[in-house]
Write a protein that binds this ligand. Sequence first.
Ligand SMILES: [Zn+2]
Length: 508
Amino acid sequence: MQEKLTRRDFLKLFRLLPFMFLSSELESKAKKLRRKTYGRNVLLIVFDAWSARNISLYGYHRKTTPNLLRLAERATVYHRHYSAGNFTTPGTGSLLTGTYPWTHRGLHVFGSLLQTFDSNNLFGLFPDHQRLAFSHNWLVDVILDRFRKELDVFHLPDEQAVYDGLVADGLFQNDYQASLIGDRAFFFIRNELPSSLFAHHGNRYFKRKKAARTNKKLAEAYPYGVPSFGENELLFLLEDAIDWSVEQINSLERPFLAYLHFLPPHGPYSPHKDFANLFVDGWKSPEKPLHFSAGKWSEEQIDREHLIYDRYIAFVDSEIGRMFRLLEERAIFSDTVIVLTSDHGEIFERGLLGHGSPAMYEPLIHIPLLIFEPGQSKRKDVFTVTNSVDILPTLLHIIGQEIPKWVEGEILPPYGKALEGRSVYVVEAQEGSQFRPLDRATFAAINGYHKLVYYKGYDGFDGVYEMYDLLNDPEELNNIYAHDHSIAKEMKADLLKKIKVGDAPYIK
Ligand SMILES: [Zn+2]
């Protein structure tokens, strides 16, 4: 009888592929020599939905990040860094391609980027590095799945799960997007009925039962539940994922480029017991008017979730401290450029909780960024406005590679020229088509301390502009937009021009 190839066997073989292509020893030696000239290892670490607003390194009043504060003494700290999107797909797409969402068109939940980015991405630009990627977030895996031919090692989330509720990935091991679409079409109910109502309920019951068992087993350590993605979908331990990923990196050939995208502090917020009782201070976020997309949350619910989110950040911070210790012990810290950042933020005000709405307030888009250079012993602080699209060109610059023309970001200070006067952008367009002009979307432009927000195509909120002075009004309470305001006029003209360029290929 012929033996069947199991999913795990397939993954093992997939990882061996790049080595199989090295046809001779000579070729391998030549490659090693070339690698030496590029030298440096690169490690890009993302914690998902990690808002700068809730990080004490950036001035938050709750001491959520003591480890980050200590590590920052050896890093360049970017104080005004923005994501290019307000949820995972656009934010991560921009981080990995150096282009804005209106260009890469990763606009939708579970969406992927345009085909041209299958090779035009961070990994494709580091061909002589050993390239690894891992994420717990399925939305990220859908993006990474399309980059597979540029990845030497691609780990799927279930390799680091204490429970994985995804059924279909066993059926389509070579196409993660297909497996997710299959799973969702068959088992999920969102706005419409799934293809099999029976399968949906059966699957849900099965998952809930299995997940409940795992949660019960670990209830003492995780009083709010075990960290997870989605409702009973994927349960994992951040501690294990960190231990495992450091070992994965350590076993890579040098130089390497590793992308690790951990889900915490993304909801559901699940701090470890050691952090589950922090910050009992009765603090409430300042009262603000409701946003037009506000949910049905009560103020008490929002404040409660906000508190647990802060505790989850404190847990993440402690794991970051531990991870950097492990990197140091394995001498990875001393010869690797390390970038620590997020894909977007999280909000707890104006009737909004979490992320994924059309809103563009600071808690949703202002994210942390720290860059650690080998041997750096002094902290540097950068107050220029920067964006996720800048990370790819900066890394290329650091390893001495040329920056391709299609990249829209700039080399970050202190590595490149001063970027004062430049606008950076944030794009949200999850309700429209990937291949049509962005006619239902929110855009934000940030220039210095001015922020312009443009809502387009939302019922009852179409063509609405807002402008905030972030220096004097960091809480964004006072909309100073007026069509004759000179800065507003300039920023609006620039933004509309940029939108037009992004839409141009889709106008018939
Ligand atoms: Zn995310």
